[in-house]
Design a protein around this ligand. Sequence first.
Ligand SMILES: [Zn+2]
Length: 199
Amino acid sequence: MDAVIISLMPHAGDALLVVDVQNDFLPGGSLGVPDGGRVLAPINNAIAVFLSQGLPIFASRDWHPVNHCSFREQGGPWPPHCMADTPGAAFSSALNLPATATLIYKATREDEEAYSVFGGTGFEGMLRRAGVRRIFIGGLATDYCVLATTRDACLLGFSVVVLTDAVCAVEVHPGDGERALTEMRQLGAQFVTCEDMSA
Ligand SMILES: [Zn+2]
């Protein structure tokens, strides 16, 4: 294992953020990310690594009212998805999220959209109180919520490590996923695979 990989091993001051691994964002869901299911095994590996080291784990979910502004019926870009307390908003049953994970609900008001996990959720304060300086990010989707969250994290002064085998893009426009990864790298994010991390 080379020096770069070792420096990207989780340690004190690190946290794992699992972004929106919800049924509606997985194949078969109302806004399913094609091939999104491939993030599940890598994320479960990352969860096991962070659990074994006693490091904090956060998991976000889109949690919309029935008339949310992002839905097409309200003039937004998306079909209805992740409505609060529906099966579509539930985490995938294949996600091994521990009971100790801190859950973050976003875009919970009809007039509020939040691709970023930092958007109106108090997430920054949670991280500061937990002494977190570096965030490992995996989840859905690369070109929306993972990108927006990485932007905010970098602006707020956190280091970011993107788990490249644990993210997947919507690709409304072909190439969006690659462009998002390029932007995240330009923002200063580092990349590692969960496979390397759990090796
Ligand atoms: Zn949404």
